[in-house]
Design a protein around this ligand. Structure first.
Ligand code: SF4
Length: 155
């Protein structure tokens, strides 16, 4: 609970204000450690649009129909990449702990962690640090780049 004037000022800083801009106006830090945790674990969705399925097919030099049929599924009115029963993404290599389609990875993966759902508040941003060791560390990412990445996906 906030009791002191300092606490109140800190609280105010963690929400968007129309004149001052978003709470992350001074930029954020992120650097992927390649741990692979975001591609594995509990069930989830990696949303893909037709152009992204096409990019994966081109990268793997396979027919787009094969990628669509074998490695995607409909869900909630959208299309997601498939995952294995253990939650690993269908394109995750467990031996190398890496993405096998990295240069053609979907927007959702490319823009992590700068999703609107993670940027809604400082608390939301800090909440994802538990699952992603790269959040809040390493490379400085300026406001303009954060906004550009967040505008790319609806997550
Ligand atoms: S969880 Fe974070 S640090 Fe680990 S691979 Fe994913 S983005 Fe990189």
């Amino acid at each position: 609970m906030s009791n002191t004037p300092d606490d109140k000022a800190a609280d105010q800083d963690s929400v968007d204000t129309p004149l001052a801009g978003p709470w992350y106006r001074d930029g954020l830090s992120f650097e992927c450690t390649q741990c692979g945790d975001c591609c594995t674990g509990g069930p989830g969705y990696v949303w893909v649009e037709e152009d992204e399925i096409r990019a994966i097919a081109d990268y793997l030099d396979k027919p787009i129909g094969e990628i669509r049929l074998m490695n995607t599924r409909p869900a909630h009115g959208r299309v997601s990449l498939n995952e294995y029963a253990n939650g690993d993404c269908v394109y995750f290599d467990p031996k190398k702990r890496g993405c096998t389609i990295y240069p053609a990875r979907p927007r959702q993966c490319r823009t992590w962690p700068f999703w609107n759902s993670n940027l809604s508040s400082e608390a939301d941003w800090k909440g994802i640090q538990k699952g992603c060791p790269g959040v809040g560390k390493g490379n400085f990412v300026p406001l303009e780049q954060i906004q550009m990445l967040a505008a790319e996906v609806d997550v």
